[in-house]
Write a protein of this length. Structure first.
Length: 77
């Protein structure tokens, strides 16, 4: 089943997972470390990681749109 998940997964979800992993590494954790923490602390850290990933994805999308608008050929009217 893992093979199928990888095939159907969007690039954004892979990037989101990488951003979450980056956040956790910056805080000194790996995803597997969260299983050993108290549930409340684990949930707090994952919530922070998800918020970080969401804001970074929004930033990346905004930059992409901005760049596309700059590079798009201007239509003459």
């Amino acid at each position: 089943m893992t093979k199928h998940r990888d095939v159907l997964e969007s690039p954004e979800s892979a990037l989101e997972r990488n951003l979450i992993a980056q956040y956790l590494r910056d805080k000194g954790y790996q995803l597997s470390d969260l299983e050993d923490l108290p549930e409340q602390e684990s949930n707090r850290i994952m919530k922070e990681a998800c918020q970080y990933a969401t804001s970074r994805l929004a930033e990346i999308e905004a930059r992409s749109k901005f760049r596309h608008n700059i590079e798009a050929p201007k239509k003459s009217g």
